[in-house]
Design a protein around this ligand. Structure first.
Ligand SMILES: Cc1cc2nc3c(=O)[nH]c(=O)nc-3n(C[C@H](O)[C@H](O)[C@H](O)COP(=O)(O)OP(=O)(O)OC[C@H]3O[C@@H](n4cnc5c(N)ncnc54)[C@H](O)[C@@H]3O)c2cc1C
Length: 146
């Protein structure tokens, strides 16, 4: 797995439970890191995003999955699978490759916007205090859909 956010760790957990050999390489920058709490997750509403990932890592490790903190900089197909290169210089070989690297938000240059968590951003758009432009509202909602 390249990327150990909720998507990568969920896949890793399922595969590790199915007795697959699992390695997650993660650079530790989940999209919701600026948010104080994640909401709408049944049984964990309000959990800090990084706390959620810590629990996920423990669950994956509990089934024998390995998690490595590193950034993947290249991946190429080889006979029988893939070779992945990390920024540290380490190389990993795998039969299958899942890319679960998430999204990076490209926000317009509005002062204070980057520091605002998701709901705060929506509020700024609604009130028109940050950017009255429809383009920004459309951009934000399409980012959420993606
Ligand atoms: C401000 C904000 C608040 C949010 N609040 C909520 C909420 O309350 N409830 C909710 O359900 N959702 C919320 N979301 C949405 C939620 O964050 C995303 O749905 C979720 O993070 C997507 O998970 P992911 O695993 O696809 O990607 P991410 O969480 O972004 O994880 C991707 C991981 O891949 C790693 N990665 C990327 N490239 C590489 C590489 N080359 N090598 C190694 N690792 C790499 C990153 O470091 C990261 O750890 C929020 C989003 C934002 C921006």
């Amino acid at each position: 797995m390249v990327g150990g956010g909720v998507a990568g760790l969920s896949a890793a957990l399922t595969l590790a439970r199915a007795r697959r050999s699992v390695l997650v390489v993660d650079s530790g920058e989940p999209r919701n890191a600026p948010a104080a709490a994640a909401h709408g997750l049944l049984s964990r509403d309000g959990v800090p995003p990084l706390g959620l990932l810590r629990i996920g890592r423990e669950e994956v490790a509990g089934y024998g999955g390995r998690i490595v903190s590193d950034r993947v900089v290249a991946a190429r197909r080889v006979a029988g699978g893939f070779v992945v290169e990390a920024a540290s210089g380490r190389r990993f070989r795998a039969r299958r490759l899942l890319v679960t690297t998430g999204l990076v938000d490209e926000l317009p240059p509005v002062p204070g916007l980057r520091e605002r968590p998701g709901p705060g951003r929506n509020e700024l758009v609604r009130k028109g205090t940050c950017s009255p432009s429809r383009r920004f509202a459309a951009l934000h909602s399409s980012a959420l859909r993606a």
